[in-house]
Design a protein around this ligand. Sequence first.
Ligand SMILES: Cc1ncc(C[n+]2csc(CCOP(=O)(O)OP(=O)(O)O)c2C)c(N)n1
Ligand SMILES: [Mg+2]
Length: 918
Amino acid sequence: MSTTRDKPRREKAAGASTPAAPGPAEGASARSAEDAAEERQETREWLESLDYVYKSDGPARVSELLQRLQDRATSYGVRVTFPGATPYINTIPLSQQPRYPGDRAIERRIKSYIRWNAMAMVVRANREDPGIGGHISTFASSATLYEVGFNHFFRGKDHPDGGDIIYYQGHGAPGIYARAYLEGRLTEKHLENFRHELPGEGGVSSYPHPWLMPDFWEYPTVSMGLTPLLAIYQARFNRYLADRGVADTSKRKIWAFMGDGEMDEPESLGAITLASREHLDNLIFVVNCNLQRLDGPVRGNGKIIQELGAAFRGAGWNVIKLITGGDWDPLLARDNDGLLVKRFGEVVDGQFQKYATESGDYVRKDFFGADPRLLKMVEHLTDEQLRTLKRGGHDPEKVYAAYKSAVEHRGQPTVILAWTIKGYGLGESGEGKNITHQQKKLNEDELRAFRNKFGIPISDEDVAAAPFYKPAEDSEDIQYLRARRQALGGYIPARRDSAPALVTPPADIFKDMYAGSGEREVATTMAFVQMLTTLLKDRNIGRHIVPIVPDEARTFGMESLFRQVGIYSSLGQLYDPVDRETLLYYKEARDGQILEEGINEAGAMASFTAAGTSYSAHGVNMIPFFIFYSMFGFQRIGDFIWAAGDMRCKGFLLGGTSGRTTLAGEGLQHEDGHSHVLALPHPTLHAYDPTFAYELAVIIHDGVERMYRNNEQLLYYITVMNETYKMPPMPEGSREGILRGMYRFKSAGKPDAKNKVNLFGSGAILNEVLRAQRILEDAYDIPVDVYSVPSYKELYTDAIDCERWNLLHPGEEEKVPYVARVLGGTNGVYVAASDYMKVLPAAIARWVPGRFDFLGTDGFGRSANRAGLRDFFEVDARYVALAALRALAREGHVKKSLLKDAVHDFGIDPDKANPHKA
Ligand SMILES: Cc1ncc(C[n+]2csc(CCOP(=O)(O)OP(=O)(O)O)c2C)c(N)n1
Ligand SMILES: [Mg+2]
């Protein structure tokens, strides 16, 4: 390359093969007009050189040279800007665009019918029932993105290579229903009853909800930000299954469709480096960049595609920008000076949104008018042509090119950033408008315009009623649609539930636990780890178990598993672990079984969800055990747990180091006294707060049976603690009570005593309750029965179910709640104490046959030891005994004056701080 400018200066540097830091050009800041002209010439020469290299040696060589240039510049200390801001043009140039394999005309017609029906179902639902909601504009903007997928890429479950896993944008659901209607999978009645699931004649849910439509939807997506995280961990779990030889998932792709507004959610970008680190080339994100969210523009003053492009590229993804449709190709072909590309780069999204709502004349003046040469470039186009220049996400050929490139890409996950218009096709009634997200009604004129634009064969008389349209079964269109899906492995979405049941171990697999620990003091966490170890060795279910930890294995004493079953790593172990000499070294392996997710409860939960839905996604039951700090479960990732319930996910959540007073020392942010309250709302979830190893064993064994032999689609939440104590043997006949939530653990044997006290305890506080029993019996001669209550939630849900049945069946024999049955025939007073908020035992108050008082741990935790905490929260044996005495005094069984003495004798400060407020 020669240059005309400043030869001597350049020559000084030339030939310096090592970066001898030639120093910046003198006077570089004060540039004359002459300098500027020379620079332009210089730039041109560099570009011509690049053109030459590209033409003669291809893109790889260009890439290599650019890398060398960057290395050299960096060695001079030049800060080369991160190449995030690539030009605002399609990543796949026209020259690399493959031939479109489909019949464009038929596909357009099918897509138009789907557009129409998707719109009509929302419009009709809202005519009939104003306010019922629904979204038209989202699917309107993404119809082409889906249809190209349905016709050419998305594999159904019967595909020989296995089906793809697809996350559909939640509020684009009408479009997915509308397609299923054409496929004959949903009836007109279903569409009519969109968002009206209750009449009993078949309706469809607002959004993808496997719980509500278990044969149809697989993945709930509508809580923004769940999809990206779930999809990434799903893709990684597919690899895990393949690497461990459990299932061949090697050909299955994961497609995740998201909105550009959705990418605002921190979770959306939160795990993208995992996807690149793990080289998840089975994963494809499609972000529908219609530039709008609910209220208005996503980045009115910026460019969302550029921002996301930079973020994903920086994270190591393959980024495919899909900006312009084919209409722009002739213009771009003539854009030799890059003026058009430059203009694209200048205009902010808010302004592009405006173009979508404006006339062609406006676009000509505002966009092209920025430079007379641009104006000239489009002088042959009419205003109408300018107005409708297509964006890439609405052009099937461009979408096809992007998808093909994505599915063929190796070594990296791909994100496709597709530029679209929100409410595309709605014209005046909503296209590109800020209100379009919530547009649910179209008047007759608007319907007619829609019909005309998409050529729907509905007459003028009929159009106002917005009838659904479906071509005849033997029409070319329906035949085509069916043939395409048949070739791709069947209709989707479709959820299957046909995994073979597992051969679950007999109850005596945990016989050590039922026997008790003798004189040995153990914590329930230790008991759990022992049980997990036993299950991992079981020859039938062992390999199906997926232990998941968010960097807390040592906290829970699980490090022995590192060596026993290995930590999963797609790379194996490329280093010599520091603790190799030890028995329990940190072993990473390609067939490792543990998912060690790092400090990442959300990601760990996403892995749990992938494992717990493997029975439907892959036809193989996997048994996830996810153990975490109980404080960082429901409180932190409750929405993911909620989605897992919707997804009919199965598995065990273990809340470790639980209890507000049992986790000593950690204090306010760690001590959990409410996860069992937060567990109450989850309908499929069984929550247990066991005290003894045998209780835990009974619960886990039953859970395995119910979920993996009987395919009950449940979740278990079990809290385990790190306080050690002697584990008693399992009392005869306690199994049912453990599982149903309550059983009598100890009896004073005086059923008729008037001054009887019934104490309820759970978790580690049951031990305090047992101490209280001794105080009451020894110091006050009061007979006490002690009940272990492993699950208030079980008691509560059973009781409300019985009450409901009784309400609806007057005159029939009433059902008696389990708690009432257990306590039937008892008398005296009742006091409960737990390490959780008082509202937990309060939930069963209605069915306790006498005065019922409860102690619990409302308030912020403290850094203190257990004794201090239990005093502070007023849940130790003294408070339990005091509460019992007070209850007896109220009933007239002991003198009131005795209470004051008890407060004194117990050393309780009556004016101590209120833990609830302090
Ligand atoms: C966590 C969460 N917050 C808020 C909402 C309500 N919501 C539904 S759609 C939407 C806007 C979506 O915008 P975008 O992701 O850009 O999708 P588009 O419709 O534009 O394709 C909002 C705020 C939600 N569903 N989930
Ligand atoms: Mg959007």
